[in-house]
Design a protein around this ligand. Sequence first.
Ligand SMILES: [Cu+2]
Length: 350
Amino acid sequence: MKLIGWAIALAAAGLTPAAAQAPATSPADNAAAAAPAAATPAAAPIVYGSVGHQIPNPKIGMPQAGKIGIEEQVTPIGHEAEHFHDIWLMPLITVISIFVLVLLAWTMFRYRRGANPTPSRNSHNTTIEVIWTLVPVLILVSIAIPSIRLLRHQYTPPPADVTVKVTGHQWYWTYEYPDYGVSFDSNILKEKGDPTLKAGDRFRNDNDGPPLLAADERMVLPAGKVVKFIITADDVIHSFSVPAFWTKLDANPGQLNETWVKVDADKTGVYFGQCSELCGARHGFMPINVEVVTPAQFQQWIVSKGGTLPGAKPAAAPASAAAAQPQPAQAGDANAAKPAATNQAATAQN
Ligand SMILES: [Cu+2]
């Protein structure tokens, strides 16, 4: 019933011509995805636990059932913001709210008509006026200072170790690593039995991540390194958001927005986010998956994606040419130097 409702909703939105093939979901393709080694003609098997397919820890990087508050933070900016929120903002607004409530209740009770038949005629009290002007000003200053400090830290990125260009589309993300020549799309993984799944399509299982949050391809980042995000969109405004990184930035067409993260060196794992700008009918179906691995695993992943590591030099460079132009390795050269190793690993990923 739920699935039929789902199909009707999508079909009504005029989004899924493929919904018509609902009955075609065969148990065979399910079996193929569940046991990848068996019989998958098109795609190479996915090895869960390998780089790019690490199994997420349900306690970190995703929403927790029954919890409130901020997701566990794993970046320096996240720690600073979380500390500011937990140690200063929340206690402060709690004290102010309780104070106002008590004052209101006390005034209503103590100065009600029955208890206070002749009201005071005072219209000025200098001491009180100075206090009620000065105290709010001091409170605001005490919020502004740490707040502006946090903004300054957020907007003064250290030199980047890795740059990732993020492009939002209706309704998926593209991740590019310009320094490594790696680029790919990331789409939501549909649920098993989804009427829009085509035969042989991969569907989500719990090793990919929670429902509506798991994507087929993950952005992989090295832990402990400064990562610069260049964020844009190619159709409408999207928003790139990963709560555990304290990252949320609009992706505007025709404009590059920049932010950065540095995930704590000991916080490898999978982190989930979503598009956070209302971008259209399938806004809720473009999750962001970031897998944080060790720097060595990151290099391994880049190679597996057919990318080029910056250190990689062409096998033989003529001495004269090298002297004439002492340039860092060209992407093309290095690509040519190592096609064999790359292909093998790339198939494992795809
Ligand atoms: Cu979007």
